[in-house]
Write a protein that binds this ligand. Structure first.
Ligand code: PA5
Length: 381
């Protein structure tokens, strides 16, 4: 069973949706996403109706509205920039925006499919409040609504699972922020991501045997256990991302948390009987530049609390700057979740339960018609 990871043909037979083939093109997606976003024009003002005039300028707050694989890019943006950016970034995973959202708020509506009802509702809410709205999508209602109203939008290629398209929906965020006067100067940092991931491909692609492949090794270690991913600071969103990848690709439960908060609650859970704790493997995200207070916490937690876990594993960040480090951990983990799916004999790509739930909600709430008519009300002259 284990040798399946060293048989590329057999892996292909299980990985029907070619999750591996698509994932290893991530470095290309990063560069393409930047190019696409650069072509978008931000108007000075946009008249949506007689009542709604949106002024685009330098925002005082940023909200990223999205769900699941699309929402995570907002959290990544937050973690990446929180130490430098003097304006707050919040992620809205809900139907309505927080009360403070207004004319000086930049709202990114991010939905890979363009048909996620929570994101579409938040998008309409943002227009009603005259927020500076921009959207990122591959199609669906979000694209057609944006086109109809001339809302600035980045169109990304369709045909991926949303979680594969993360680079496509992440990189437009800083590019559009800069176009709106938020000074970031992150050209080199963005370019480093593609370079580091390209270098990583020498180690993590399907052709590299398990013995030399960190992602395959991680998948093997995690087999038959529930992964618990712990991050810190700029790796908080990445910890959540990896947990979600184990859910959606490997089709197993997962847990995530972050230092230092987990030292104040989560660690107590490890006092449970070994019969319970041995079902969990811990994946620690590590960085050679982690602050001493975090490094000591991680080491102390290993000694004091994690002894009863099945395994304690680490993913070490590569690269020099924060963004490349974040993406490198994500990349090693993403591929591990796909290899784990293959080890478990499941096709990583389909997520029928999510699709069924969306369809059921669409039926119950009559989503498409309801949102279209709401949009008509907002834009009525
Ligand atoms: O990974 C997934 O498929 C989900 O988490 C989706 O991203 C989520 O349901 C939202 O869909 P979308 O990204 O198309 O807005």
């Amino acid at each position: 069973m284990v040798v399946v990871l060293d048989r590329v043909e057999e892996m292909r037979r299980i990985d029907k949706g070619d999750a591996l083939g698509l994932c290893i093109k991530t470095p290309e997606y990063c560069r393409d996403a930047v190019q696409r976003a650069r072509q978008v024009n931000i108007p000075k003002e946009l008249k949506v109706s007689e009542k709604v005039l949106i002024h685009y300028g330098k925002p005082r707050h940023i909200i990223v509205a999205g769900m699941g694989g699309s929402a995570i890019v907002g959290e990544m943006l937050h973690d990446w920039l929180m130490e430098e950016l003097p304006i707050p970034i919040e992620v809205c995973r809900d139907y309505l925006l927080p009360a403070y959202a207004g004319e000086d708020t930049l709202v990114f509506a991010v939905s890979y499919s363009g048909n996620t009802e929570e994101t579409l509702s938040a998008f309409i809410d943002a227009i009603k409040r005259k927020c500076m709205v921009a959207s990122i999508t591959s199609g669906g209602h979000l694209l057609s609504f944006s086109q109809r109203l001339q809302i600035p939008h980045v169109t990304v290629p369709s045909g991926f699972a949303p979680r594969v398209a993360v680079p496509y929906i992440f990189f437009p965020l800083p590019v559009l922020m800069e176009k709106m006067g938020v000074r970031l100067e992150v050209e080199d940092e963005m370019e480093e991501v593609a370079r580091v991931l390209q270098e990583l491909n020498e180690e993590v692609t399907p052709q590299v045997p398990t013995a030399e492949n960190p992602s395959k090794k991680l998948a093997l270690e995690l087999r038959k256990t529930i992964p618990v991913v712990y991050g810190f600071r700029q790796f908080k969103a990445i910890a959540r991302r990896l947990k979600c990848q184990f859910n959606e690709n490997s089709k197993i439960p997962g847990v995530f948390d972050a230092f230092p908060e987990l030292n104040h609650n989560e660690i107590v859970g490890w006092e449970a009987p070994e019969a319970l704790t041995e079902r969990f493997s811990v994946v620690l995200i590590r960085d050679r530049d982690e602050p001493p207070e975090i490094g000591h916490r991680i080491e102390a937690t290993k000694t004091l609390a994690l002894q009863k876990a099945h395994k304690v594993l680490e993913i070490r960040a590569r690269g020099n700057r924060a963004l490349a480090k974040m993406f490198s951990v994500m990349y090693i983990g993403d591929l591990a979740s796909i290899y784990l799916a293959i080890l478990l004999g499941v096709d990583p790509t389909p997520v029928p339960i999510i699709d069924k739930l969306k369809a059921e909600m669409g039926r119950r709430l009559n989503t498409a018609e309801r949102l279209t008519s709401e949009l008509q009300k907002v834009t009525r002259k």
